[in-house]
Design a protein around this ligand. Structure first.
Ligand SMILES: C[S@@+](CC[C@H](N)C(=O)[O-])C[C@H]1O[C@@H](n2cnc3c(N)ncnc32)[C@H](O)[C@@H]1O
Length: 255
């Protein structure tokens, strides 16, 4: 029986793979990053917080758009990789800070924008993290949540959470868009425009990034093979296990 905490799982899973997240094609580009860059360009001199920065792609997009960025993550190894990559890119307005999204070490109203991408599905307590984001955001500030999302249909939702958890013990939940809207509203945000996308998860690199044990890979493949046709069609599951992952970017403002 494991005695590791959830935060321990996150740090173990991501710390060892920091450079893989800096170079990951899935993470390094996308319409969501383009949208973040466009939004930040409309906010001259913005101070931006990137929650769960991972390999730093949101931080780099915001810094390239003119912001001063704090890249924040549980994993010190991720933050070291972000500092090194920011230096390579000549981005000198990216600083790092280590900690949990659920307890932010920043004063009230410290940031013009709080951004998070492909991290929240690992958080133990999303409502607490959103309340913290609301606290550190200026009243007229911008909150952007990007993450993998579950379809609203329980059949599809359950399949997605099952393969995600088999792949990665630090997975908590890909929330539905309806759940995100409810949680954002409860934390004091008015959720607005959403941008949906369906990036393709190439199976071998998807499991390699998380060092998924062979026995879990076999279980994922067994679930995919046995899945109902509604599931295989929705996720466009391919012969090698590659599939499309529903994702969303939601823009929200304090209300
Ligand atoms: C997939 S990576 C993020 C990718 C990155 N944001 C991007 O856009 O490329 C997930 C990151 O979330 C971090 N993380 C997970 N749970 C966290 C928490 N509760 N607080 C802060 N960071 C967390 C992990 O350490 C990991 O670096």
């Amino acid at each position: 029986m494991s005695v590791r905490t959830h935060a321990g799982h996150v740090v173990d899973q991501f710390g060892a793979q920091a450079s893989a997240y800096v170079t990951s094609a899935v993470h390094a580009a996308g319409a969501d990053l383009d949208r973040i860059g466009a939004l930040i360009r409309t906010m001259p001199g913005a101070r931006v917080l990137d929650l769960g920065c991972g390999g730093g792609h949101v931080a780099f997009a915001a810094a390239a758009a003119g912001a001063a960025v704090t890249a924040y993550d549980l994993s010190g190894e991720m933050l070291a990789a972000v500092t090194a990559e920011a230096g390579r890119r000549g981005l000198d307005r990216v600083e790092t800070r280590q900690g949990a999204a659920e307890a932010l070490p920043f004063p009230d109203a410290a940031f013009d924008a709080v951004l998070t991408r492909y991290s929240a599905h690992h958080w133990r307590d999303v409502p607490a993290a959103l309340a913290e984001a609301r606290r550190v955001l200026k009243p007229e500030g911008l909150m952007v949540v990007c993450d993998a999302v579950a379809p609203e249909e329980p059949l599809l939702d359950t399949h997605l959470q099952a393969v995600e958890l088999l792949r990665d013990p630090s997975h908590v939940r890909d929330y539905r868009v309806s759940e995100w809207r409810t949680m954002l509203a409860a934390a004091g945000f008015a959720p607005g425009q959403a941008l949906a996308s369906r990036p393709r998860m190439e199976f071998s690199s998807w499991i390699a990034r998380m060092r998924t044990p062979e026995i879990h890979v076999a279980a994922i493949r067994a679930l995919q093979t046995a899945a109902a046709v509604e599931v295989t069609r929705h996720f466009s599951i391919e012969a090698d296990g590659s599939f499309l992952l529903d994702s969303v970017l939601i823009e929200a403002r304090p209300h």
